[in-house]
Design a binder for this molecule. Structure first.
Ligand SMILES: Nc1nc2c(c(=O)[nH]1)N[C@H]1C(S)=C(S)[C@@H](COP(=O)(O)OP(=O)(O)OC[C@H]3O[C@@H](n4cnc5c(=O)[nH]c(N)nc54)[C@H](O)[C@@H]3O)O[C@H]1N2
Ligand SMILES: Nc1nc2c(c(=O)[nH]1)N[C@H]1C(S)=C(S)[C@@H](COP(=O)(O)OP(=O)(O)OC[C@H]3O[C@@H](n4cnc5c(=O)[nH]c(N)nc54)[C@H](O)[C@@H]3O)O[C@H]1N2
Ligand SMILES: [Mo]
Length: 758
């Protein structure tokens, strides 16, 4: 299939069928295999899938859910979403110079995200000059010189913003942050800022480390698992096997989610006879269809009851925590009825779930974007921590806190120093290791980066992966802010909107993906990643590169750094680019937990990073205790004629990459412009299912509008609605975020509906 044959989907209408009540492994894998074979052929499909997530193979770019110990690993360690993610990368379609000659900028700007992603892999560096109509080929030398010259000509290094998406390897992330810091800026925003940033903030404050405290093996020992604000059937399908095993061992599961997501209710595992026979394993014992953003109220209500009933691990609380008396005083002052009302839940179901949680001896709480993408996210997560601390569910086998990360190496990138916030210990270690002096002021996060482009201070954008213009909130405003950027550089596998936003210079640098052989001067390289539970392991690609011009992220960054910082710079950029072991030696000496990195990562399965609360109930906080947190629960509300909207993922996308138009488990296909609403709201607001409406918000400033959405009657709680991201990012005001983390509150936007005129 040549790239030219990709068609925009026909303007079709949404087809609605009953939502599924079970996540089904086998048809799921079959359907994704079909697509994979159409994108990369049978041989490539078989070859690739045989080594995905195997100790000697490559790490699945799908999500950050960990793999089992190599001794327990199955032959198939992938899922439908993983197959789609791999096919997206390993496609045999190519975007070459003829493609760019045939499609000018105006043409590309009219294309959908689906089309841009489907045309194929980028093959050679391309540049669009200021005012230019087309992207044109440019040599690597000229491209890297251009970036280095522009950066050096800035008045202030902080006029550059260096973004990272969470797919980059540890090695690429490490050299990238080092280059930024040596250049003189901590402007290192990343996709975490829009994702689990509130998790890191809340966990650092309360338990002294911003990462989750469970191992994969804990799930087999848990007696209770709470799944809050997460859709594992779609976004972390391999987690369903873990949950199935936990159920088999007797665990009870409470799910908290406005939507009855299929993967929360039942799982038919294709790798078990039971799943094959179509029976499946019921997952959630209790499902709580909560109002958007009311999780804080729910957890606080449970905590109040636990304290009042004396269902507290007194020994743990006395030995390991501080702030208990303040918490008790606060919980005594809050009104249980008010908290319950905020949730909108059936009191009997809340009681039933409470009984399960209160009687837990080994409790794991998992959460993802349904918790973090709210104004009050940090407080909600701190309330979850309160729950685990009250029961002593931390540093105990089968218990703990489990933020479920998104991008496959988003956690590792942060560990490697991709962070706009300065980490004094790491800064000192880098200065000592390399004999350099690094900037000490915090840089900008995603939201502040957009503000900085908007006010004209920021001028150069560099993206190590990702699709900044599309993933960020307030699309119109953000695109306007970026349109004046004097230089936008993207290291990308695939074409996307961010390449097209600036009216000035745009540079596309094609990178190797994880599935591909990465050959450098010292021979074939592997890279490393860290999963959601702090396991670090190697990833080795085996497919041929997409073209002879594509370069590894490490090669591009070290090549740029040499030009930018000069031949006599004390960092050995070239040696690092030639041999990734050299990078890992530096990481071993400058990043905590990575000693003997090169030897330990060569052990199949890799190694585990230390986590003091999990390992020894040690809390590296100001008073060496885990902290209870006092905060007031405030649930987002909408006025008459309004709804609170969440923006969510369909079953057929990877963030801003749209694989197709089939949100299978929710029974919605054909078109992504749908708004899921409760039947009572549809009637109350004077509409009918199937009506075409605009979603409009006037919260936080001027009116914002997303046009032409079909109303679908869907089981979401009254007063709430759901629609897909990124199409609805146009509605998320840039200033709509919580404190500290500044993560856009893209799961609570107050909207009204207007009949579509278009
Ligand atoms: N196939 C696939 N896999 C992916 C991704 C992808 O796009 N496609 N993205 C990756 C990334 S970067 C990430 S961060 C993760 C995201 O994984 P998820 O967090 O599962 O992603 P979302 O689709 O945003 O789903 C949020 C879930 O939370 C629920 N929810 C929304 N608001 C609330 C609330 O206020 N309270 C509660 N209790 N629930 C709420 C929604 O109904 C939905 O089920 O997945 C990763 N994996
Ligand atoms: N409204 C709303 N907005 C959201 C969210 C939401 O739930 N609602 N979710 C937020 C979340 S959780 C996240 S993580 C962000 C995601 O934000 P990003 O990480 O910026 O977005 P992606 O869509 O994952 O990036 C896709 C692009 O990455 C490039 N790419 C893919 N693989 C590689 C690789 O191996 N190397 C390199 N260099 N490039 C590669 C491709 O060119 C592709 O076009 O979006 C956030 N935005
Ligand atoms: Mo994410």
């Amino acid at each position: 299939m040549s790239s030219r044959s990709i068609r925009e989907p026909e303007a079709s209408d949404v087809e609605v069928s009953e939502p599924e009540t079970s996540a089904t492994g086998l048809p799921a894998i079959a359907s994704s295999m079909k697509r994979s074979i159409s994108q990369m052929g049978v041989r490539r499909t078989v070859r690739t899938l045989a080594v995905i997530n195997q100790p000697s193979g490559f790490d699945c770019p799908g999500c950050a859910w960990p793999e089992a110990d190599p001794s327990e690993r199955k032959h198939i360690e992938f899922c439908e979403s993983g197959v789609k993610a791999v096919a997206e990368e390993a496609t045999t379609d190519r975007v070459d110079r003829e493609f760019f000659a045939a499609h000018d900028l105006d043409d590309l700007r009219t294309r959908s995200d689906f089309w841009l992603g489907r045309v194929g892999r980028l093959t050679e560096p391309m540049v669009k000059q200021p005012g230019g109509s087309h992207f044109e080929p440019v040599s690597w030398d000229a491209a890297l010189d251009l970036v280095a010259d522009r950066l050096r000509s800035l008045d202030d290094p902080n006029e550059a913003v260096l973004y990272t998406s969470g797919r980059s390897s540890n090695e690429a992330a490490y050299v990238y942050q080092l280059m930024a810091k040596c250049f003189g800026t901590n402007n290192l925003p990343d996709c975490s800022n829009m994702c689990h940033e509130p998790t890191g903030a809340a966990l650092s404050d309360t338990i002294g480390i911003g990462k989750g405290s469970v191992r994969l093996s804990d799930f087999a020992h848990a007696d209770t698992i709470v799944l809050a604000g997460q859709n594992p059937g779609t976004n972390h399908p391999r987690m369903l096997s873990t949950l199935e095993e936990a159920k088999k061992n007797g665990a009870r599961i409470v799910s908290i989610n406005p939507l009855p997501e299929a993967g929360l209710l039942n799982f038919k595992n294709p790798q078990t006879p039971r799943g094959l026979s179509g029976v499946g394993t019921p997952l959630a014992d209790v499902h709580l269809p909560i109002r958007l953003g009311a999780d804080h109220a729910l957890f606080q209500l449970w905590n109040k009851r636990l304290v009042e009933a004396g269902e507290v691990d007194e020994r743990f609380v006395a030995d390991h925590t501080s702030g208990y008396d303040e918490l008790c005083a606060h919980l005594a002052s809050v009104d249980a009825d008010d908290l319950l009302r905020q949730t909108g839940l059936d009191p009997a179901a809340v009681d039933q779930a409470y009984e399960i949680v209160a009687s837990a001896e080994r409790l794991i709480v998992c959460w993802a974007m349904g918790i973090t993408q709210h104004v009050g996210a940090i407080d909600t997560i701190a309330e979850i921590v309160n729950l685990n601390l009250l029961g002593g569910h931390i540093g105990r086998l089968g218990a703990g806190l489990c933020p479920v990360r998104g991008h496959s190496n988003v956690q590792g990138d942060r560990t490697m120093g991709i962070w706009e916030k300065v980490q004094p210990d790491m800064l000192a270690a880098l200065e000592h290791e390399f004999g350099v002096s690094l900037p000490t002021d915090d840089g900008v996060d995603v939201v502040d980066a957009i503000r900085s482009f908007e006010d004209g201070h920021a001028k150069v954008f560099i993206g190590l992966g990702g699709n900044f213009a599309r993933a960020t909130p307030d699309t119109d405003r953000t695109e306007r802010a970026l349109s004046d950027a004097s230089l936008v550089v993207n290291l990308s596998t695939k074409l996307n909107r961010t390449h097209l936003v600036t009216d000035q210079t745009s540079l596309i640098l094609p990178v190797l993906g994880r599935t591909e052989v990465d050959r450098q001067a010292s021979g074939d390289q592997f890279v490393t990643v860290e999963d959601s539970m702090g396991m670090v392991h190697a990833s080795t690609g085996m497919l041929p590169p997409p073209s002879r011009h594509a370069r590894s992220e490490v090669a591009i960054v070290t090549g740029l750094a040499q030009r930018l910082l000069g031949a006599d710079h004390p960092v050995r950029w070239k040696e690092m680019g030639d041999d990734y072991d050299v990078i890992r030696e530096h990481i071993g000496r400058t990043v905590g937990g990575f000693n003997d990195f090169n030897s330990r990562v060569r052990i199949p399965g890799g190694f585990e990073l230390p986590h003091p609360p999990r390992d020894s109930r040690t809390f590296e906080t100001s008073d060496s205790k885990a902290h209870f947190t006092v905060s007031r629960a405030v649930t987002p509300t909408a006025g008459d004629g309004e709804l609170v909207l969440q923006t969510t993922r369909s079953h057929d996308q990877y963030n801003t990459t749209i694989y197709g138009h089939d949100d299978r488990y929710r029974g919605l296909s054909g078109d992504r412009h749908v708004v899921m609403m409760n039947a009572n709201d549809i009637a109350r607001l004077g509409f009918a299912s199937g009506d075409r409406v605009d979603l409009v918000t006037s919260a936080s400033g001027p009116e914002r509008r997303a046009r032409g959405f079909r109303i679908v009657d869907y089981p979401t709680p009254e007063g709430t609605a759901a629609a897909y991201y990124p199409e609805t990012n146009v509605l998320v005001p840039l200033d709509h975020h919580g404190p500290v983390a500044q993560t856009p509150a893209s799961k609570s936007i107050v909207i009204r509906l207007e009949r579509s005129t278009s």
